[in-house]
Design a protein around this ligand. Structure first.
Ligand code: NAD
Ligand code: IPM
Ligand code: MN
Length: 356
């Protein structure tokens, strides 16, 4: 049918606060434009509280039957001692939906420069393509006893190739450059990554390709972030570098992400967590969630027009200085959200008036 099915997972702590903002913006741009129905489900700590499992069966079934999944954030001190933590549910949904490629954009436009903690930053626009369903997060053996613990970083050629292809395909449509980030001076898995990525790069003659060790890449994200176009990396390095990259835009609370496989629904979520330290205060930055909604409309529903309307509204509000405390402002979550909704509506009305 024509009605888009979206599974909505508000999650924990600030999760429901920012999800509310994201859904309000979705409703605004969708009016007369995009038909959808949402199926809201418990997930993470909320899943544990309601059913005893961070990924309840019915939640997974809803996600599998959807056209896209919107997630806010999960986890927090309330469940840190749970037998199965909320984070486990997150890893499980990624694995069960086969969301092997996680795309995390970082951009600093001219209008955003004033929010960056980097002095005299140039405009920045890169994406991290993070492998999401393998590596040290999932490798076996994984054990702990009173004397030692083991985690295993494990990769197969196929797992590397499929995510590398995603990165090169993205680079073709961008500035045609891929930087593979690894620790090939130490790790066997990184050496396998180099072989496979080298091989994949041959299929994309228009895309240039280089490599960087992860420690040096962490440095360059601060000293020369404008150099990057597409960063391709394994699961844990991508986790760490994406928080670092987010922070150079001014706040972790602005960055969305998309996680996708080859078929089936993609999942959209902020890259940050449930921010228990600010939950309940009404000051969580809703931009990461609102940007995730835009990313969903663009990539899962082929509505770049609606995504652009959101992006323009967000840019205008950021420029006007109506921002939450993490960006140095004094606005609340609701004030930022209302300002964006007003921007979208004003632009729509102006467009209608100019075209009758
Ligand atoms: P966090 O990302 O929740 O917070 C880190 C810092 O950034 C905090 O000071 C927080 O207040 C701030 N922050 C994050 N998002 C913000 C927003 N939208 N607006 C304003 N400030 C924001 O990381 P943490 O504190 O290490 O983790 C808290 C919980 O979240 C943990 O249980 C962790 O496992 C979980 N987590 C979940 C996800 C997810 O759901 N995808 C991602 C990361 C962490
Ligand atoms: C993220 C989070 C998760 C990760 C945690 C909560 C399992 O930090 O989405 O970046 O490490 O992938
Ligand atoms: Mn993370």
């Amino acid at each position: 049918d024509q009605i888009a099915k979206i599974t909505v997972l508000p999650g924990d702590y600030i999760g429901p606060e920012i999800m509310k903002a994201g859904l309000a913006v979705l409703k605004t741009v969708s009016e007369d434009e995009f038909a959808y129905q949402i199926d809201e489900r418990p997930f993470g700590g909320a899943g544990i509280d309601e059913t005893g499992d961070p990924l309840p069966e019915a939640t997974l079934a809803s996600a599998k039957a959807s056209d896209a999944v919107l997630l806010a954030a999960i986890g927090g001190p309330k469940w840190d001692r749970a037998i199965k933590r909320p984070e486990k549910g997150l890893l499980e949904i990624r694995q069960k939906l086969n969301l092997f490629a996680n795309i995390r954009p970082t951009s600093i436009s001219r209008a955003m420069q004033k929010y960056s903690p980097i002095k005299q930053v140039e405009p920045v626009d890169f994406v991290i393509v993070r492998e999401l369903t393998s590596g040290i997060y999932f490798g076996q053996p994984r054990e702990i006893d009173d004397y030692r613990a083991i985690d295993t970083m494990h990769y197969t050629v196929d797992e590397i190739r499929r995510v590398a292809q995603v990165a090169f395909e993205m680079a073709e449509k961008r500035r045609q450059h891929v930087t593979m980030v690894d620790k090939a001076n130490v790790l066997a898995t990184s050496n396998l990554w180099r072989r496979v990525v080298e091989d994949v790069s041959a299929d994309y003659p228009d895309v240039t390709y280089d490599t960087s060790y992860v420690d040096a890449a962490a440095m360059k994200i601060i000293s020369a972030p404008e150099q990057f176009d597409v960063i391709l990396t394994e699961n844990m390095f991508g986790d760490i570098l994406s928080d670092e990259s987010a922070e150079i835009t001014g706040s972790l609370g602005t960055i969305p992400s998309m996680s996708r496989g080859t078929t089936g629904p993609a999942l959209y979520e902020p890259i940050h967590g449930s921010a228990p330290d600010i939950a309940g205060k009404g000051i969580a930055n809703p931009l990461s969630m609102i940007n995730s909604v835009a990313m969903m409309l663009r990539h899962s529903f082929d509505r770049p027009d609606l995504a652009d309307e959101i992006a323009k509204g967000v840019d205008a509000v950021i420029e006007s200085g109506i921002v939450t405390p993490d960006l140095g402002g004094q606005a609340t979550t609701d004030q930022v959200t209302s300002a964006i909704i007003n921007q979208i509506c004003e632009r729509r009305n102006a467009y209608v008036e100019n075209n009758v």
